[in-house]
Design a protein around this ligand. Structure first.
Ligand code: PAF
Length: 284
């Protein structure tokens, strides 16, 4: 496994790997089982696997979140080696955003402006779309792997890739969950034991909606009420519980076909997101 810090080194290293297929997993480090499942999918489907580790400052809309974001490169590199990664691209901010940097990839419309875009501010998805475009152009992979936990990010990235004609296939892997249902996230490491217990209200709320949909409830308000039923009085605050179309991220009033139930919640200082898919009268 080789670790490189510059785009020039990365390109030189990957040149002999082509025309073999290159699978790419972009991350901000603090690797957990969810990232490892993406690496395994990439390893299983490609000749060469590239992992990027870059805590992208432009997608953080709260300075304290950027400062607190967990970082442990030595641990990440050891895990990457275990998963059979060939190349780790771990640039610094000056490599990604050189002096005078003035270009932004900005996806417009509901897919980028609703939910996470509305709550974190539009700079969030501008930062994501810009860095993902830069990373894809640096690696030029055949396939890039993303987790379904960041459902809106996936839709925004797919839009940017299609609009810019980037020659890459986007593959989405299922959300990885702990044994008790909590979606794996790098931010989980910042939860105290008590907060982690409180965070379980998130998968519980999603399951309540899924169960209600399975019972035949189709009214979005009624489904949302089920999510909020029985929440702990303190320690967890939902920013949103939304039922949206999986492609447009428009809110739906009645679930007539597959929809995404997306939530964001604050547990102490930590902001977590999660989602599941529901179908009317049926469970996935
Ligand atoms: O999902 C993430 O970890 C980040 O948003 C990504 C895709 C690596 C871009 O910084």
């Amino acid at each position: 496994m080789r670790t490189v810090r510059t785009v020039a080194e990365l390109r030189a290293l990957l040149k002999p790997a082509r025309p073999g297929s290159i699978g790419f997993v972009p991350t901000m480090g603090a690797l957990h089982e969810g990232h490892l499942s993406l690496l395994r999918a990439a390893r299983g489907g490609n000749d060469t696997v590239v992992l990027s580790i870059f805590v992208n400052p432009t997608q953080f809309t709260e300075a304290s979140d950027l400062v607190a974001y967990p970082r442990d490169e030595a641990r990440d590199l050891a895990l990457a080696e275990t998963e059979g990664v060939d190349v780790v691209f771990a640039p610094d901010a000056a490599e990604m955003y050189p002096d005078g940097f003035a270009t932004t990839v900005s996806v417009r419309g509901t897919i980028a402006e609703s939910l996470e875009g509305a709550h974190r501010g539009r700079a969030h998805f501008d930062g994501v779309a810009t860095v993902v475009t830069k990373l894809l152009l640096a690696v030029l992979p055949d396939v890039a792997y993303f987790g379904a936990k960041d459902a809106q990010q996936v839709v925004v990235v797919r839009r940017a890739v299609a609009d810019l004609g980037l020659p890459v296939r986007i593959e989405v892997c299922p959300t990885s969950r702990d044994h008790d249902g909590l979606a794996r996230s790098s931010r989980n490491t910042r939860l105290s034991a008590l907060e982690r217990t409180r965070a379980l209200a998130i998968p519980r709320a999603l399951k309540a909606v899924q169960d209600a949909a399975a019972e035949g409830v189709v009214d979005a308000d009624a489904l949302r009420e089920r999510a909020l039923d029985g929440l702990p009085g303190d320690g967890l605050a939902f920013e949103y519980v939304a039922i949206v179309d999986p492609l447009t991220f428009e809110q739906v009033e009645t679930v007539e076909r597959e929809a995404i139930v997306a939530v964001a919640a604050r547990v102490g200082d930590v902001r977590l997101i999660d989602n599941i898919r529901i179908e009317p009268g049926g469970r996935r």
